[in-house]
Design a protein around this ligand. Structure first.
Ligand code: DX5
Ligand code: ZN
Length: 224
């Protein structure tokens, strides 16, 4: 497996002190910042957009991993690219033309990925493998932090890992396999064993006073 990436979700950070929060979590060892964009339409919650991404951008050097839970998708892509996003993922059922949206993300210089809700079959990736830099599997229904990890995500991760490995074995580009929702110190080892190589964690990290303690404990669980 590729080296593991820990991507704290700022959905659970203190929004009144976001600059300090992203700096603190990067100082604590975060590899990426996961940035959850919710529109009260695709998901029943409302969060942050490109202006907030641009505001945190100067505070950290690490990649910003933008997870779009919005419908429609396309108009936000140039905005997030301008705001300093490094990766942009979207839910394929929120875009009328999935192939075009993936190409649009890459044309704007960002890594592109599809997000799979718990009930969405992996077949959605079949004809766009060459345009994917990452795949994000939801292990909760999107919209809120602090939900419990759905065990159905484990066999799905194994299936996605098998597809990615088959693709790269045939000479395809590398594709990251990210997981989002309910990731904790006490379940990250089995999630890693199922094939994930990037781990989003919101409440597990920002819900505790010692960010470094949690991130170190997570890395220790998935070492070897
Ligand atoms: C949920 C978001 C997640 C969320 C995860 O819709 O996409 O990124 O912040 O939060 P936890 O880790 O608390 O489940
Ligand atoms: Zn997310």
């Amino acid at each position: 497996l590729p080296p593991a990436v820990i991507a704290p979700s700022i959905l659970s950070a203190d929004f009144a002190r976001l600059g300090e929060e992203v700096r603190a979590v990067v100082d604590a060892g975060a590899d990426w910042i996961h940035f959850d964009v919710m529109d009260n339409h695709y998901v029943p919650n409302l969060t942050i957009g490109p202006m907030v991404c641009a505001a945190i951008r100067p505070h950290v050097q690490v990649p910003i991993d933008v997870h779009l839970m919005v419908e429609p998708v396309d108009a936000l892509i140039p905005e997030f690219a301008k705001a300093g996003a490094n990766m942009i993922t979207f839910h394929p059922d929120a875009s009328r033309h999935v192939d075009r949206t993936l190409a649009l993300i890459r044309d704007h210089g960002c890594k592109a990925g599809l997000v799979f809700n718990p009930a969405m079959p992996l077949d959605w990736m079949d004809h766009v493998m060459d345009k994917l830099d990452m795949i994000l599997l939801m292990s909760v229904n999107p919209g809120f932090g602090g939900q419990g990890f759905l065990p159905s995500a484990l066999p799905k991760l194994r299936a996605a890992r098998a597809r990615i490995d088959a693709w790269t074995a045939e000479g395809g580009q590398p594709i990251r396999l990210e997981v989002d929702g309910g990731v904790k110190v006490d379940n990250i080892a089995e999630i890693r064993a199922a094939g994930a190589d990037a781990f989003v964690a919101g409440s597990a990290i920002f819900g505790k006073p010692d960010y470094r303690g949690v991130i170190d404990a997570m890395r220790q669980q998935i070492a070897q």
